[in-house]
Structures are given as structure tokens and as C-alpha cells.
Design a protein around this ligand. Structure first.
Ligand code: AHM
Ligand code: MG
Length: 332
């Protein structure tokens, strides 16, 4: 016999993202609620994009738009839609004075010069996977502006360095949709329940294994990597580690975070600085990775220690279980 509250139909659904954010806010006496509102705005845009992705094949949202982004890459329709959705959500939310997006060369001014935050975002990462129903993601990074409130924001607000992030997160549109974020303390994941229209806390206080047996890189480039990286990969194969590479950074990162693994995007002759972008791909994931017990480095320094000089700059990255990253670095 079930009691009233233990009946399967009466079990709690869990903590919603909104409630979690509010509870965190109340824990800090000085919190004004602006960051909470900003995180909720991002979650709202994520829900809308999740909807568009799920019906993309039905409403003419697949394929290219016939234009290139700032990186010279062909923009997909969903790239552009996601960019518009986030821009609108962040403008209307009122907590953000400026945005840097992978899809746009210049700073996007929201017109809210009295807002205290700026956001760097890759609205939809993993473009090559959009049309083939494979996981894609959103990556975001939030800073408190350094220019005076009330003035027009500048590049300086974005070029503060990875340690200055106030919060960072990603949304993975995968076999289920999950939003993972940290404000610099614990890392928490919230799975989307479409029937409720809510993200529900499903992965509290995520900690990644210290070691792992998964390696993730574009194997087609492997002959082009520096010798120490090639030697490390040869060793992974010799030990019969598992090679897993989706080609969507968020999906590869999330899998390795949960299971233990290393993600590599080393320099190649085509991309001597690596391919991934510092501000809206590497910094936010490195911020999360470190809080979850992982490491994120270039060959010479921690990703978060890199001093940024332009908003769309790239960096090589090795990221994942600390033992694997240390092993790789020991080869140099
Ligand atoms: P995008 O921002 O144009 O989508 O490219 C970023 C993606 C990452 O998600 C992924 O890890 C990487 O590019 C894959 O690159 P490659 O196809 O060279 O392996
Ligand atoms: Mg990207």
C-alpha cells in the first residue's frame, strides 16, 4: 500500500531551474536578482531553440542560409535563428548591456546601458551536425562589465580573462536536452521536461572522474598534430581506450565530463591556433571543467590564464580528466 505522498502518481517532479536559481539567490544577501533573471532569460531562449531544433525538418529550418559568419563558415538557418533568439531574449530581459556572438563580427549593443552584465555566446555550436539530427549545443559565458554603468560597453568588458567569468554554461540538445551551468561553485545539470516546459535538476553537483579511457579528437587530422600529441594518441590506442568524437563540442564535452575522458583540438597547419574560440567556447567550458574537477589547458598554460586580445580569437585546447591531461602534457 502506498501512502498518499509516496504514490507513484504523486512523486515530486524535482527542483525546477527557476526555483534552484531563486534559492541560490536568497543564499547571498547582496544578490540583487539580476544574474538570476539573466540565467532565466538564457534558459527561455534555450527552450525556444530546443523547439525549433525538434521540428527543424518540418518547417524549412535545415540547410544553409547562403551567408558566412565572422569565421568565414557557412551559416546554417538554425545558427541564425538561434542567434536571433538569444539576442532577443537578452535584450528584452534587460540585464545585459552587450553581447558577443560567434555569428556576428561586432559587439551587439542591447541598448540597456544601465545593465551590469555582458554575455559571450555561441548560440548553436556543431553546425555540421544540424541537418543530420545529431546533438548540437549552446555555450555561454557571463561577465560583470568593467566599464561604468550607464555608458556604452566596450571590448574591455569582454576581454577580462577566463577567471573573471561570473557564470558559464551550456545547453546540449541531445537525446534529451540538458542545461549545465556554474556560477563558480558547484556545477549543476537540469534536464528539460518538455511536458512541463521546465528544466529540472537532474545532475546536482557534477564531479568528473579523475581519470578516464575515452579520447576525443578529429582522427582525420591526427597525422597533422605535433609529435607529442601523436605519441599520446598512439598510446591511447595501444591501451585500447575508446575513441569517441561527435564533432559537437558540447556533446563531446558533456560525455567526457560524465564518463571521464579527454577532448583535444590541437593546432594543425590549417588552424595553427586551433579551431575553437576562446571567449565563447573554451573559456566557458574550461570554467565548468575546472569546477567539476577537470583540467583545460593549451600546451603551455591553463585556458583560463590566457590573456585575451580579441573577441573572436582561437586557441588550441586539451581538456578533461586531470590524469589524462597531465599524461598528455608530460609528452611535451
Ligand atoms: P562551429 O562553431 O562552426 O559549429 O564549429 C565548432 C565545432 C565544435 O563543436 C567541434 O568540436 C569542432 O568544431 C569540430 O571540428 P572538426 O570538424 O574540425 O573536427
Ligand atoms: Mg561554435
Amino acid at each position: 500500500m502506498h501512502s498518499r505522498t509516496s504514490h507513484p502518481l504523486a512523486l515530486p517532479v524535482g527542483t525546477t531551474l527557476d526555483r534552484y536559481i531563486m534559492n541560490r539567490q536568497y543564499a547571498f544577501a547582496y544578490a540583487t536578482g539580476e544574474l538570476s533573471q539573466l540565467l532565466r532569460d538564457i534558459a527561455l531562449a534555450g527552450k525556444i531553440i530546443n523547439r525549433e531544433i525538434n521540428r527543424a525538418g518540418l518547417i524549412d529550418l535545415t540547410g544553409g542560409i547562403g551567408a558566412q559568419n565572422v569565421q568565414g563558415e557557412n551559416q546554417q538557418k538554425l545558427d541564425v535563428i538561434a542567434d536571433i533568439r538569444f539576442e532577443r531574449a537578452l535584450k528584452n530581459g534587460g540585464e545585459v548591456c552587450a553581447i558577443i556572438s560567434e555569428e556576428e563580427e561586432e559587439i551587439i549593443f542591447t541598448g540597456n546601458n544601465h545593465a551590469k552584465y555582458v554575455v559571450a555566446i555561441d548560440p548553436l555550436d556543431g553546425s555540421s551536425n544540424i541537418d543530420v539530427n545529431v546533438s548540437i549545443g549552446t555555450i555561454f559565458s557571463i561577465y560583470r562589465r568593467v566599464t561604468p554603468i550607464g555608458t556604452e560597453p566596450t571590448m574591455d568588458d569582454f576581454l577580462q580573462g577566463g577567471h573573471e567569468q561570473v557564470a558559464a554554461g551550456y545547453i546540449l540538445y541531445g537525446s534529451s536536452t540538458i542545461l549545465v551551468y556554474t556560477t563558480g561553485h558547484s556545477v549543476n545539470g537540469f534536464t528539460y521536461d518538455a511536458s512541463l516546459g521546465e528544466f529540472i535538476l537532474s545532475h546536482p553537483d557534477l564531479q568528473s572522474p579523475a581519470d578516464g579511457t575515452i579520447y576525443s579528437c578529429n582522427d582525420g587530422n591526427a597525422d597533422l598534430y605535433e609529435e607529442p600529441v601523436r605519441a599520446y594518441l598512439a598510446d591511447c590506442r595501444k591501451k585500447q581506450y575508446t575513441g569517441r568524437y561527435i564533432g559537437s563540442l558540447v556533446a563531446d564535452f558533456h560525455r567526457n565530463l560524465l564518463k571521464g575522458g579527454i577532448y583535444l583540438y590541437p593546432p594543425t597547419p590549417k588552424n595553427p591556433e586551433g579551431k575553437l574560440r576562446l571567449l565563447y567556447e573554451c573559456y566557458p567550458l574550461a570554467f565548468i571543467a575546472e569546477r567539476a574537477g577537470c583540467r583545460a589547458v593549451t600546451r603551455t598554460e591553463s585556458i583560463l590564464d590566457i590573456k585575451p586580445d580579441s573577441v573572436h580569437q582561437r586557441t588550441p585546447i586539451f581538456m578533461g580528466a586531470p590524469k589524462m591531461v597531465d599524461d598528455l602534457l608530460s609528452r611535451f
